[in-house]
Each structure stands twice: as C-alpha cells, then as structure tokens.
Design a protein around this ligand. Structure first.
Ligand SMILES: [Zn+2]
Ligand SMILES: [Zn+2]
Length: 240
C-alpha cells in the first residue's frame, strides 16, 4: 500500500482525527479518493490549523492524498480488516467515538468554529512586558518557564517537604484533591537566561510561585528595569 502519510509530517492529532472520522461517517460505505471535493476541503481545513503553521509550508502536509489515506485507515479500524497502517490515535478515537456519529459531528463542528475563531484572534492577547535584557531573553525565559519538566521536578521536590505553598505570598491551594492542588503554581527562574547561561535548569535556580505572584514579579522586574529577588518583589508589590 502507498504510504502517503509519512514525509516527516507531524502525527495526526485527536482534533484532526475527529474531523476525518466525521467525514468518514458522512460518506461511508463509499470512501472517496484524493480527487473528491470533500477530501480536498478537509485537506484545506487541516492546513489552516493554528498550531500547524510551520508544517503547512510543506506541500505534502495533510494533502488530499494524505486525507484519503486517513479515511482508509479509519475504515480499517472500523471494520477490523487490514490494521497495518492504523495509528494509536485512530484506535483511541474510534474507541471513544466509533459508536457515536452525533457526538463526532458536534466535536467536529466545534473544531471548525475554533479554527476560524483562532484565525481572527491576535497572536497573543497581551504581549508580555519586556525584561531589561530585551525581547529575545524575555521570550526564552518565558518559554523555559513553560517547560513542564522543570515544573514537575520542582513540584515533586516541594511535595517531599510538605504541602505546596507560594514562595512569595505563602498561599496554599484550597484543594486537597491531588489532581487539582498544583494548578495554581508555576516555576519562576531566578536568573535571566543571559546570566545563567546553563542549558539545564538546576532546581536551586527556580522558585515555586502562585500564578498571581509570578505575574506580579515579572511586572515588577520590567517596571524596576532590573532583576528582583522574591523578597525584593514582595516589598515592591506591597504584599507585606
Ligand atoms: Zn503567591
Ligand atoms: Zn518567571
């Protein structure tokens, strides 16, 4: 069988697979080829997905041939015949929605609305104020802080020492539900990228802050035009 889904393109996400399943339900038992108008429409839609902007520059990305191939994969999952090319995501989506075309249609319509909405929104709602070190360091700092691995390591280390609390305002989560209690916390790097230089973050370089204090601290750094310790930021922001 021709392999048209490869070429180093990113794996199909759940949203995309749901859109394909919706089309499959509309068209089954007939599975159209890449020349079909509805296949081409779905291809065009998938290429507009906000987080696929970079991948969409490749011509092979979610092209009509790839969409037609995905419909074949879904038929394989649905019928249980010839499962060689079926992905884990195909299986999961079929397990969840294979018996529910109505729900699939609802999800698919919601995603379609979401794609249009994302296109009409500005790239970010509010551009973060810039640190004194400039835009690039600010952006890298923020990106590094969003790295879930360092946050998870920090949370695990803090949990070993007792209940979680914010290093700036000492606030505790109200929730005793383990799945929810860490939702309000973020990791803050004490040094800007340019000064630390290290590629690997050491736990000693990060503090645990509630989202509110983290925002305040970043703002205080930009207002004062210099890096502030947690103690300094607490004074500046009038928390004590
Ligand atoms: Zn706090
Ligand atoms: Zn921070």
């Amino acid at each position: 069988m021709a392999r048209t889904h490869g070429h180093g393109n990113p794996k199909w996400t759940r949203d995309e697979t749901v859109l394909a399943l919706d089309l499959y339900f509309d068209l089954t038992p007939h599975i159209p080829s890449e020349g079909d108008k509805r296949v081409q429409e779905l291809s065009g839609l998938l290429r507009r997905f906000p987080h696929h902007a970079l991948a969409s520059r490749k011509e092979s990305f979610r092209n009509p041939a790839g969409v037609a191939f995905k419909l074949q994969n879904i038929r394989q999952v649905a019928t249980g015949k010839g499962l060689d090319n079926v992905s884990e995501m195909d299986r999961l989506v079929w397990e969840e929605l294979g018996g529910d075309p109505m729900r699939t249609k609802q999800l698919s319509n919601l995603t379609k609305v979401g794609i249009s909405a994302a296109e009409s929104l500005p790239e970010s709602f509010e551009s973060e104020p810039e640190f004194p070190e400039g835009r690039l360091v600010t952006e890298l700092h923020n990106r590094r802080e969003r790295d879930p691995r360092i946050r998870q390591r920090l949370l695990a280390a803090r949990r070993r020492n007792g209940p979680l609390s914010c290093d700036m305002c000492s606030t505790n989560p109200n929730s005793k539900n383990g799945l929810l209690e860490d939702a309000m916390f973020e990791a803050h790097h004490l040094v800007p990228l340019s000064r630390s230089g290290a590629r690997i973050t050491k736990l000693g370089d990060v503090v645990l802050l509630c989202a509110n204090c983290h925002r305040l601290l970043h703002r205080a750094i930009t207002v004062k035009k210099r890096w502030l310790s947690v103690d300094e930021a607490r004074n500046v922001s009038g928390l004590i």
